[in-house]
Design a protein around this ligand. Structure first.
Ligand SMILES: [Fe+2]
Length: 176
């Protein structure tokens, strides 16, 4: 018997339905249509399961950062108590966009949804929980939302300092 990929406990993906209900709901199709981590990798979306209780000393994370040139980090904690204008902010996070560089996000607590478009422009919802780290490739259309638990703490990781600064300003509502 093949052991289950440990990433699947913290990262799951599925095709989304077309309903306009709350973005924080799972939005499964009926019946659900799951997407494998291999299929995500074909789209360039990479994933790891890491030890979120020890991210300061985690040698696996250190090696990934060294191998991939991920030099800069910061944290973003998103929940109604910590983010002014929460409802508006999470609508902003949910605006579809793309970057010219990778987006690297490591969920160290809580959970959230990173949605990406596949090669046919269909939305895939990538649910990430504590311990899940994903890399969205440059040029992929994506968006983010909290789920109905309304809490996530994310480690932002950047290759370039300028991009890190811009992302921080955006997440704090200092840039539109
Ligand atoms: Fe982004």
């Amino acid at each position: 018997m093949v052991a289950q990929d440990p990433r699947q406990e913290v990262i799951q993906a599925w095709y989304m339905d077309d309903s306009n209900e709350d973005q924080r709901l799972p939005h499964h199709k009926n019946p659900p249509e799951y997407v494998s981590l291999d299929k995500l990798a074909e789209l360039g979306v990479l994933s790891w399961r890491l030890d979120a209780d020890n991210y300061e000393t985690d040698q696996e994370l250190k090696k990934i950062r060294e191998d991939r040139g991920y030099s800069y980090v910061d944290f973003c904690e998103v929940c109604p108590e910590k983010l002014p204008n929460y409802e508006q902010k999470i609508k902003n996070f949910f605006e579809e966009h793309l970057h010219t560089d990778e987006e690297i996000r490591y969920c160290v607590d809580g959970s959230g949804y990173f949605d990406v478009r596949d090669q046919n422009d269909k939305w895939i919802r990538v649910a990430v929980k504590k311990g899940g780290m994903i890399v969205l490739p440059a040029g992929i259309y994506h968006r983010f939302t909290l789920d109905t638990d309304n809490y996530i703490k994310v480690k932002y990781i950047f290759q370039y300092l300028l991009h890190g600064c811009i992302a921080l300003l955006l997440s704090n509502g200092l840039l539109a």
